[in-house]
Ligand binder design. Structure first.
Ligand SMILES: Nc1ncnc2c1ncn2[C@@H]1O[C@H](COP(=O)(O)OP(=O)(O)O)[C@@H](O)[C@H]1O
Ligand code: SF4
Ligand SMILES: [Mg+2]
Length: 430
């Protein structure tokens, strides 16, 4: 009899322990998850259902400890869920996250220091690494909120690779990237939300089988955790209106739109993530000139009202002149000159920038796409010229033998205006 009682007692204890473990395990796990991801707002939002599950499990745990006093358990669990929800909503005010950001102007959003991206070059039967394409080779840049940095350079100079590096889409071989003054070590969903990209070809970015409402809903569901269909339609309509599209466009497929309208849809999808930095990689190159101007004006309007920082990549100097505040000129993986739009267009100092601007004047004014016409071919980035990469094409008076041997250094021309050259420029009367 005593023996049976002992077994029953042991079983009861084990059951109590198992129940206690199960009831506290999920809340403890959720708590750990929320603490780890405290900075990643979209992760918290997406997983808020686990928070609610934990609250109910914790309530059961309280009821478990107060089996004879169910009223105390109910009161305690209500207080507990109220406190947790209060903390959660203070951290993530849902109403607020659905409104588009209005960013404080002039804050440094992105800073890049000595960034290097080398693509391995494979050769031989064994596909061994025999060299590297130095697509980005020691780039420094800074972008502030409310500001557009125009990145200009000939095709193949590394502009898209630089964009991909900022987005974490290619492996970086050196240097550092800071976003909102924090060094990027790993790309979490918070960063993927804050940094958006718009590519040249809207067709490649839009799924032809999805309606516009579903295309723009995707980031709202995945990054912001909005699930209700009516709420999604409301948010998508609001975003379409931001890019001057209408309610009747909600249920259409991408092929029913013109090129310019498709690019507006891509922009609306980027805005859906409530970004801070938008990288625009030749976003108007595939569009007619009149449509190009409309898209550029739309981007300026959005930037003015929300304070986004733009990295605007293009090979077209007229577009840079239209949209940029700051301009960086890139040649074979390196920045050669940087300054305000006025400084670059009225006082170009690096021999390459001067050649680019002269080449622009020579182009037929009726031409839709203004191409660079500089003497000499762009050398291959696989085996670029030693020293200054521009040396075989440089016709500057200050060019010396040293240009073939030394790597150019940064030279201050005036406030906010720098070039990378071996020699000081002559006759500066700025
Ligand atoms: N995935 C890749 N693998 C190897 N080389 C690449 C790759 N992507 C680009 N490149 C090379 O890197 C250089 C820079 O390319 P890219 O960044 O696309 O220049 P841009 O956008 O200025 O035209 C080019 O020489 C290109 O051929
Ligand atoms: S370093 Fe020499 S070759 Fe290069 S841009 Fe300056 S002057 Fe020309
Ligand atoms: Mg490109």
């Amino acid at each position: 009899m005593i023996f049976q009682f002992e077994i029953l007692f042991e079983i009861l204890i084990i059951q109590v322990l198992i129940n206690f473990f199960l009831l506290s395990f999920i809340p403890a796990l959720t708590l750990a998850f929320f603490i780890i991801n405290w900075d990643d707002r979209s992760q918290l939002l997406q997983n808020r259902k686990y928070l609610y599950l934990s609250v109910s499990l914790l309530s059961s745990l309280i009821a478990f400890f107060f089996p004879n006093s169910i009223i105390i358990a109910i009161i305690l669990s209500a207080v507990f869920s109220f406190v947790i929800k209060f903390i959660f909503y203070r951290r993530i005010p849902l109403g607020k996250i659905r409104e588009l950001n209005v960013l404080e102007p002039g804050k440094v959003l992105l800073e890049i220091k000595d960034l290097k991206v080398y693509y391995p070059l494979l050769g031989g039967i064994l596909k061994r690494e025999i060299g590297a394409v130095k697509a980005v080779d020691g780039v420094d840049l800074k972008i502030k909120t409310g500001e557009t940095l125009g990145l200009v350079g000939e095709s193949g100079c590394g502009k898209t690779t630089l964009a991909n590096a900022i987005l974490g889409l290619v492996e970086v071989d050196g240097g550092e990237i800071f976003f909102n003054n924090k060094k990027i070590d790993k790309y979490n969903s918070n960063l993927r939300q804050k940094i958006q990209i718009v590519f040249q070809d809207p067709d490649a970015s839009l799924n032809p089988r999805l309606k516009v409402v579903d295309i723009i809903s995707e980031p709202l569901i995945n990054l912001l955790g909005i699930n209700k269909k009516t709420e999604l339609r409301k948010q998508v309509l609001r975003l379409l209106e931001e890019v001057s599209l209408k309610r009747e466009h909600l249920d259409r497929y991408p092929h029913e739109f013109s090129g310019g309208q498709k690019q507006r849809i891509v922009i609306a999808r980027a805005l859906a993530c409530n970004p801070e930095l938008i990288i625009l990689d030749e976003p108007t190159s595939a569009l007619d000139v009149s449509v190009q101007a409309q898209i550029l004006n739309l981007l300026r309007k959005l930037q003015k009202s929300h304070g986004y920082g733009f990295l605007f990549i293009t090979h077209n100097l007229s577009v840079v002149n239209h949209i940029a505040d700051q301009v960086a000129v890139m040649y074979l993986g390196r920045i050669v000159e940087i300054g305000s739009k006025k400084q670059i267009f009225t006082r170009p100092t690096h021999p390459y920038t001067q050649a680019l601007l002269k080449s622009r004047i020579r182009v037929d004014p009726n031409s839709q796409d203004i191409k660079f016409v500089i003497d000499g071919e762009v050398p291959s980035p696989i085996n670029p010229p030693s020293g200054c990469h521009f040396n075989p094409r440089c016709i500057s008076d200050v060019r010396t033998k040293q240009c073939e041997l030394k790597i150019p250094h940064k030279i201050k021309i005036e406030d906010n205006h720098y070039i990378w050259c071996i020699n000081e420029p002559k006759d500066l009367n700025y």
